[in-house]
Design a protein around this ligand. Structure first.
Ligand code: NAP
Length: 495
């Protein structure tokens, strides 16, 4: 990629399947369209894999596994490090590509490119620090040698909302651990993953280690692979609904799983909070990625004493945002991913209004092309409203009030999800108490952003299984092996 025009960045990305180190058409020659959500216009077509293509991709991953596992950790590390550097060199092109296929404003896309690259840097450092252990059993008779080995060929399935980072968060640790893989990106945003395959090849990744299949037949391609016995690990990011289905498919062949699923994050503002920080945090937790994030603040619980002030300030900030195509200079809020995503967000708002909620700003579908929805603040939401139960996945802040700490912790935990929670208070005891009480895998204290490659990302309850990133991220791709070594004592009884 040498220039950064929309046409040139799309043109330079391969549109084929990446199998066994070569770019290939789908066996049946199928293609599907990739559209720009800001205009509805077609960007390009990419190969549409059939189940047979999926099988070939897994065959390639299985064939490469033994050699890849035997490759020196330093060599694996350096490939990741080179890929990290190439991604940063191409930040502008990759950001534009992501904005075109997914819709987020360019400034946010640039941020995601940096975040995505950091997973490669982090796991390049982890690749050379895979530790085992050597101990003596309590009775003194045996030695226990513990080693870590790659789990084997992995299936990685990613969603459309963070097209680059959701890929690198899985590919990075898989490469570091010595696993081969088949990546299936979301059909709305395949281009970032295809560009990434090109970058990893340039960085020296051997053929067959990463295979990418783009398809509109996710169920048809994936199920036979999971049931066929060759996949040793599924790492999935997406909705809880699809996660459940895939867990059931993994049960038959006992495939190990990591599941990064949906969220319903509470955002709690106590009466002693610094309101400037709380509003700033709310803007990040709600508006990052137009609200299309699993970590998005979904339910705002604000103490009755500060609720009106908080809502008014949040509405003011939300109203001032510039909505427009992500490629437009100054745009802060891009389109939602598709018509269904917009209809869902709007349907939740209208349902809440019918039940008595008040709209402070937004709440109306605009005319014109693209799937835009205005930043919206809704107050006086009735607890039974679907707006408080569903994952909104749009730029809609729904505000409820509360009176006591116990009450708000109970309300925040009253959901089947448990990915992240946010709380704002100046009281350190309360911050720790409530932080411990929230049934979530992550808690932001006086911040609206928790994602960090150095931290273990993931949820409890129906938000998922396992963690990505941090020191534990690589564990998801490693098995323990223990070698038992009895040591025969010398005849005089020593040892
Ligand atoms: P989705 O509908 O569950 O899709 C996610 C991925 O799974 C896509 O690649 C999709 O392909 C594929 N898929 C769907 N059905 C499948 C099947 N039967 N077999 C195999 N693969 C299948 O979710 P989404 O709407 O793309 O993404 C939004 C969801 O992801 C939200 O719930 C969000 O919270 C969650 N998310 C979670 C995290 C996290 O880290 N916890 C991060 C980001 C997003 P098709 O589109 O072709 O069906």
């Amino acid at each position: 990629m040498t220039t950064t025009t929309s046409t040139s960045v799309v043109e330079t990305v391969p549109k084929q399947l990446f199998i066994g180190g070569s770019w290939q058409d789908a066996a049946d020659g199928g293609h599907f369209a990739v559209d720009d959500p800001a205009s509805g216009e077609r960007l390009c077509e990419v190969a549409d894999a059939s189940p047979a293509d999926g099988r070939r991709a897994l065959d390639a991953a299985e064939a490469a596994q033994e050699t890849w596992a035997a490759t020196a950790p330093r060599a694996r590390s350096e490939i990741l490090r080179r890929a990290y550097e190439i991604i940063l060199e191409r930040r502008e092109e990759l950001a534009l590509l992501m904005t075109l296929e997914m819709g987020k404003p360019l400034a946010e896309a640039r941020g995601e490119v940096g975040y995505a690259a950091e997973f490669f840097r982090w796991f390049s450092e982890e690749a050379v620090r895979i530790e085992g252990g050597f101990t003596r059993t309590p009775d003194g008779a045996n030695r226990v040698l513990v080693m870590r080995q790659p789990v084997g060929p992995c299936l990685l399935i990613t969603p459309w909302n963070f097209p680059l980072a959701m890929g690198t968060r899985k590919i990075g640790p898989a490469i570091a651990a010595g696993c081969t893989m088949v990546l299936k990106p979301a059909p709305q945003t395949p281009l970032s993953s295809l560009a990434l395959a090109g970058i990893l090849t340039e960085a020296g990744l051997p053929e067959g280690v990463l295979n990418v299949v783009t398809t509109t037949d996710a169920a048809g391609v994936i199920e036979p692979l999971l049931r066929g016995g060759g996949v040793r690990k599924l790492s999935f990011t997406g909705s809880t609904q699809v996660g459940r289905l895939l867990l059931a498919q993994c049960a038959d062949t006992v495939v190990r799983t990591s599941m990064e699923l949906g969220g319903n994050a509470p955002f709690i503002v106590f009466e002693d909070a610094d309101l400037d920080r709380a509003v700033e945090g709310a803007m990040v937790a709600k508006m990052r990625n137009m609200g299309e994030a699993c970590t998005a603040a979904n339910r705002f619980f604000v103490h009755r004493e500060v609720a009106d002030a908080f809502a008014a300030r949040l509405a003011e900030r939300m109203t001032a945002l510039t909505v427009g195509p992500g490629t437009q200079p100054g745009s802060q809020v891009g389109p939602l991913i598709d018509a269904a995503g917009r209809a869902k967000a709007d349907g939740l708002v209208q349902d809440a209004v019918t039940r008595g909620a008040k709209v402070l700003t937004g709440g109306e579908v605009p005319d014109g092309p693209g799937h835009f929805y205005p930043p919206t603040v809704v107050t006086e939401v009735r607890p039974g409203s679907e707006l408080m139960r569903a994952e909104i996945f749009g730029p809609v802040a729904a505000i409820l009030t509360f009176d006591t700490e116990d009450e708000v912790v109970r309300a925040a935990n009253d959901t089947e999800w448990g990915l992240v929670g946010y709380l704002f208070t100046r009281d350190i005891d309360r911050a720790l108490r409530v932080g411990e009480g929230l049934e979530t895998g992550m808690v932001g204290i006086n911040t609206g952003l928790v994602s960090n490659p150095a931290a273990p990302f993931g949820g409890v309850k129906q938000s998922g299984l396992g963690r990505e990133g941090g020191r534990v991220g690589i564990d998801e791709f490693l098995e323990y092996k223990y070698l038992a070594i009895p040591v025969v004592p010398v005849a005089d009884g020593r040892g």
